[in-house]
Design a binder for this molecule. Structure first.
Ligand SMILES: Nc1nc2c(ncn2[C@@H]2O[C@H](COP(=O)(O)OP(=O)(O)OP(=O)(O)O)[C@@H](O)[C@H]2O)c(=O)[nH]1
Length: 286
């Protein structure tokens, strides 16, 4: 990642996203901050936290994509957060895990002001963490709403969530989503954070090079003693570097070029084929 990449990714997007959040902040009773459970700290946005504090707003942190992470680590983080009074929950929007529990959790924040009109929520999170998927799935958990078609578009590439204005996501307890899901743009200060966010698809591949991401991934998977990532491609030996891994997979599948192999591996990682992993360490909490 070079400086110009950092600059082009961050300020314009970030400014617009934050302006949008600020405009709607008074309409919202509770924010749902969606993070990718594979990067539970790297997908946090400090500007967002400052904004919440400045406006005295509460939030629930949702560690989504629980089906893809190291679940022991997520459980430890949740335990630690809860001890200091931070509300959080692990979900898998794809597998509809804990969505009803999430809605019940939001209900505990209901104040007298919102008693008859229901809860007004806003979902915020970095690109690709699953905002659209969770919105659509939340509606599916409500019997009367589940026959309607999806209202938020979900794709595997970052930055596709579009306006979804004031929609009902639950009948009992009554809950609405206010306006556009807030897309928080990462403020990347370290290369390692960029590599992690690139791997899970929160930032576009052109921002960090795919070769560096692959090298980082192999190092992490080796450090965590994972085996599935090479065995699944029929390799008997643990590769030492991303380059070694890529060459072995390319030879095995007879790919036409390196680019095809790298995309093949990165896509495999992103859908969880290479094994469950969390790239941030729980020690970052201390
Ligand atoms: N395995 C898994 N995949 C998920 C989960 N939630 C979402 N996805 C997938 O992640 C990708 C991105 O999901 P979206 O819902 O489009 O993410 P988003 O946050 O709305 O993305 P932007 O529009 O870029 O901000 C899609 O391919 C989803 O199917 C989950 O809990 N588990």
């Amino acid at each position: 990642m070079n400086n110009s990449d950092k600059i082009s990714w961050y300020p314009g997007h970030m400014k617009r996203a934050m302006e949008h959040l600020e405009k709607r902040i008074s309409d919202v009773q509770l924010f749902l901050e969606l993070r990718d459970a594979r990067v539970p700290f790297s997908s946090k946005n400090y500007h967002f936290d400052n904004l919440m504090q400045a406006h005295n707003k509460e939030k629930i942190i949702i560690f989504n994509k629980f089906d893809l992470c190291n679940q022991d680590i997520t459980n430890k983080i949740i335990e630690k957060y809860k001890k200091v009074g931070i509300q959080c929950i692990a979900t898998s929007a794809r597998e509809r895990l804990n969505l009803r529990e999430l809605i019940m959790m939001t209900n505990t924040y209901k104040s007298a002001k919102f008693a008859t009109v229901g809860m007004w929520l806003m979902i915020c999170g970095m690109p690709n963490v699953g905002k659209s998927t969770i919105i659509n799935q939340l509606r599916q958990t409500t019997p009367k709403l589940n026959k309607r078609k999806a209202i938020a578009k979900s794709t595997a590439s970052p930055c596709t969530t579009k306006n979804v204005a004031g929609i009902k996501i639950c009948d009992e307890p009554l809950a609405y989503l206010v306006d556009t899901p807030g897309v928080m743009i990462p403020n990347i200060t370290e290369e390692e954070q960029g590599l992690k966010l690139g791997l899970v698809g929160c930032i576009k591949d052109k921002i960090v090079t795919k070769e560096r991401m692959l090298d980082y991934l192999v190092r992490e998977m080796n450090q965590q003693q994972m085996e599935k990532y090479y065995k699944i491609y029929g390799l008997n030996e643990r590769p030492k570097t991303g380059g070694q891994y890529m060459l072995a997979v390319r030879e095995r599948y007879n790919h036409y070029n390196y680019e095809t192999t790298i995309d093949f591996i990165l896509n495999g990682f992103r859908i969880g084929k290479l094994g469950n992993i969390t790239l941030d360490s729980v020690e970052l909490l201390n």
